[in-house]
Structures are given as C-alpha cells and as structure tokens.
Ligand binder design. Structure first.
Ligand code: UD1
Length: 382
C-alpha cells in the first residue's frame, strides 16, 4: 500500500487534482491518500465552490496559509507542510500546476527524502518575470516523476537534461475534468438567466501581475476591451487581486456593474460549471490564464491571450489560441477580426482525451513501489 499526499493550493489546482483522486479511488488496495489544501486561495468563490462543483472530498488537512508576499506565503506553506509530512510519513507527494503551493510542497517533501510527482511538468514560458516560471523550474528539477501534457514539455525536460525514465507523457488532467463535466455544464441556465445570446458575448479573466499591477497597463487593457464591449457584452468574473487593483488605480469607469451584462460587465468569480457553461457558448474568450488557453482549445472557442508568451505553445500550434500581448492596438485588432467572423479552427492535442489521470495512476501503481527507502530517510531526519 502506498501512502500518498495530494496537494492543492489555488483555484487552478482543484480541477487538476479532482480526476487524480477519482482515479486513485479505483485502487483502494494500492493507494491510501490524503488531500492537503495549503489555503493559498481561501475565499469561498476561489476555493470551496470548486470542491462542491467538482465533487471533491473535503481536504483532510487545511494549512490555512492565506495571502502574503511570495516569500511569506512560500515559507508559511513549507513550515506547515513539513509538520504534516513528519506526522503522516507519506511515500509520495503529488503536486499539480505551477503555483507557489506546488513549489513549496515539492521542496519541503524532497528535503525530507519523500518522492514527489509533478503533474503538468515541463511547461516553460522562458519568462523569468513570471513567478510561475520560477515555480515550474524549481519543481521539475526536484521531482522524481514528471507527468507531461504535450511534446513541447517532453522536449523542454530533455533539453534540461532530465532522464527519460522520469518523464511520462500522459495527457492533460484539466481536460479530464472538462470532458467529464461538459454535458452537465452545457445544460445549465446561466446564459439564459443573464439574457445572453449564444455566440454573441465574450468572457474575460485577468489576474497576472504583469497585466494588473501597473495602472497604465491595466488601464490600456480595460480601455481596449471597453471598445470591444460596445459590440458584444463581455462577462468579466473578477479575481480578488484584480478588483483591488481596479479600485486602487481608479479604473472602475471602464467596467459596468449593472444587474445584467452590458459593456465590460464585472461580476464575482464564477464556479467551475457556470464558467465552463459560459465559455463553451461564448464567441471568444479573452484571458491571461494558462488553463483557459487549454480549455478553449478543446472547446474550439477562439481565445485571445493577453500575454507576450505562453508556456502552452501547443494551444497555438494546433488549437484556437492567439498570443496578442497587452497593448491596446493588438487587442483591438484580434478581437475585431473574430467579431468579423475570422475565426480559427483547431484540433485537440494528442492524449487530451479524458484519460490522463488514469494513466498517471497506472504509472504510479507500476513504478513507485519502493517506499521503504524514503520512509527510512524520513525517520533519520527527525
Ligand atoms: C495564483 C497563482 C497563479 C494562478 C492564480 C489563479 C502563484 C504565484 N500564483 O495567483 O499562478 O494563475 O493563483 O488564480 O502561486 N486573494 C483573495 N482571496 C483568495 C486568494 C487571493 O482575496 O482566496 C487576493 C489577495 O489579495 C492576494 C491576491 O489575491 O494577495 C493574490 O493571491 P495569490 O494567491 O498570491 O496569487 P494569485 O494572483 O491568485
């Protein structure tokens, strides 16, 4: 029996971990697993709502670390997670994605001699100004099992000298979750309740520091999008960080908060199912998120990514994603082209087929069967 700690911390982690837990539950004789939530995201709408939508078990442990500077948050996670590892003595820790919780728990576990698996390994934006790029590099260099989503990730790891036998191309767990919930989400009533017409609205998410922490950049983006919003309503479920910045910089004039969508319409963060429902029916999705570039690729919905680079180039190579940067003219040019009906067609990347978690658990059941060494080291270090 292998004892596993599954780690989640922030919103994009939940939909990646849900299918892994489900796949592990199919082998009760092979895995004993605990779910640890670091508490990096803690607002009801950023965290608990996703557990409900995704049918995830309540975390066994909540580290309740909350917000802070990168150093503060990372350090708090490490201090608290170390206590959990020493108490629970897992054989394996599984981390997903690229948030601070991913890196903090990887470093902590490795220093205790515990094996770590990284799901969504090998993604690289080559942009060291992104905190996530630092998290990805630190995590991958330490992990024992690297589960990848596409050939770019495999090539990146190879180029960094990672041994082939640590890398497993399994597909995309986020897409497992999307495919599982797609039909359910399609039938929801939110679009009709909001008075939106299928294919005649856009959705928007914005939260990257490079877009929202500088008044001129954020002002330029909102001003461009308020032009687009003269043509079709843009539903903007707002991240708490972005709301704070819009208020602080006095940019609320670009956004509408009326009771129904019109213009650039700000609303509270949406749950997983409601947001999937809107995205699958939207004319376009405008975002700086990583995950949405992948989800729109599978949904076949045009995606305008407000960044200068992506760690997910597969979504541009085969999908419907455009990397347009964050300058007003480029945003307007691309959005207007889609409004005119100039839309891309894409295809779904290899192994984004709803079975990635199953492959991960199969690999772990097969290869990670020697827990004794890790446990011995753990005892020595106490
Ligand atoms: C984090 C991840 C980012 C991911 C994003 C998804 C890192 C470095 N960043 O960014 O990769 O794309 O999550 O949302 O790990 N806040 C709340 N309530 C919450 C959470 C955050 O009000 O539940 C506010 C706080 O003011 C906080 C700020 O948002 O300081 C930023 O939160 P943080 O977790 O540091 O980073 P995100 O911007 O959410």
């Amino acid at each position: 029996m292998m004892k596993v700690i599954n780690v989640v911390g922030a919103r994009p982690n939940f939909m990646k971990m849900a299918p892994i837990i489900e796949a592990m539950n199919r082998y009760p004789d092979r895995f004993q697993h605990l779910l640890v939530h670091t508490g990096q995201h803690y607002d009801e709408r950023m965290s608990q709502a996703f557990f409900v939508d995704l049918g995830m078990p309540k975390p066994d442990v909540d580290l309740e670390v909350g917000s802070g500077s990168h150093a503060e948050q990372t350090a708090r996670i490490m201090v608290e997670f170390e206590k959990v590892c020493l108490r629970e003595r897992p054989d394996l820790v599984i981390v997903v994605g690229d948030v601070n919780s991913t890196m903090a728990c990887t470093i902590t576990a490795k220093k205790l001699g515990i094996k770590v698996a990284h799901v969504e390994a090998g993604l690289r934006s080559r942009d060291m100004a992104m905190p996530e790029e630092i998290n990805r590099l630190c995590t991958d260099v330490l992990c024992d099992y690297l589960f990848t989503t596409d050939h770019f990730a495999d090539e990146n790891l190879k180029a960094e000298g990672v041994a082939d036998d640590k890398v497993f191309f399994v597909g995309n767990v986020m897409i497992d979750t999307l495919l599982k919930h797609k039909d359910m989400a399609r039938g929801l009533g939110l679009m009709a309740d909001l008075g939106l017409e299928r294919g005649r609205f856009a959705t928007l998410t914005l939260h990257r520091p490079s877009n929202v922490d500088d008044p001129e950049t954020l002002g330029g983006i909102l001003s461009a999008l308020s032009e687009v919003a003269k043509e079709i309503p843009i539903v903007f479920p707002i991240h708490p960080r972005t709301r704070k910045m819009i208020e602080q910089f006095g940019l609320s004039r670009f956004c509408s908060t009326s009771t129904s969508p019109q213009g650039l319409w700000m609303t509270e963060p949406l749950g997983y199912l409601d947001f999937l429902h809107l995205n699958m029916h939207a004319m376009m999705v405008i975002t700086d998120s990583g995950g949405l570039q992948e989800e729109t690729t599978v949904l076949g919905v045009p995606c305008i990514t407000l960044r200068h680079n992506t760690e997910r180039p597969i979504t541009c190579e085969v999908g419907t994603n455009f990397i347009v940067g964050n300058e007003r003219a480029a945003i307007l040019r691309h959005a207007m082209a889609i409004l005119r009906g100039d839309v891309p067609t894409g295809r779904v990347p290899d192994r984004w087929d709803g079975r990635a978690a199953e492959r991960i658990v199969d690999v772990l059941a097969r290869v990670a069967t020697a827990p004794a060494a890790a446990s011995a080291q753990l005892v020595l270090q106490q």
